[in-house]
Design a protein around this ligand. Sequence first.
Ligand code: TYD
Length: 206
Amino acid sequence: MAVRGKFITFEGIDGAGKSSHVEWLADWLRQRGLVVQVTREPGGTPLGEKLRALLLSEPMHLETETLLMFAARREHLAQVIEPALERGEWVVCDRFTDATYAYQGGGRGLHRSKLQVLEQWVHDHRQPDLTLLFDLPFEIARQRIAHATRELDRFEQERAEFHERVRHAYLDRAAANPTRIQVIDADQTMDEIRKLLENIVSTHCL
Ligand code: TYD
């Protein structure tokens, strides 16, 4: 019988390269006969995508930003994540609540106690089964972002110190949750990273 669906999230600073691996991992799981939903945050629902467009472009108060991230997440859990997991499907999500702790908490300085209240409100018992944290020094990530042909969003435009704080907040969370959060050295070839992902997902989820 197929393994019951797992909730896998991808995290990392902007430019760490995680997004290229999200679809690849979903296909790898599908080749094993599993049903996989690929989704992202902020976003993942029609309302969530509208909130994403605002979040990535409109200047706003830090608490407004945080509340909108969690509002989009509430909708995403209700419409996409929980129903899929209840059907026994897998969910592969590009960013989730660790990103709010890293960006709004670490990057912008919102106190953790406020994030904990929102986390408990929005997804009390639901946590990812596995989080793949793509880690990279910001100097290398910056070069990758610099090559992007599209316009940079509000977060990508932040200064280096912001991204350094985000990176360290992610690493602190990984140190506090060493089983759930697996740190991947993102300064490797695509093939090397894929091999690592295969190993980690096989060990933790299959
Ligand atoms: P990102 O995955 O980087 O999208 P893309 O790869 O298409 O640019 O996500 C968009 C941005 O949203 C990213 O800079 C991090 C930010 N973000 C937060 O600040 N808090 C959150 O809770 C989430 C989910 C994302």
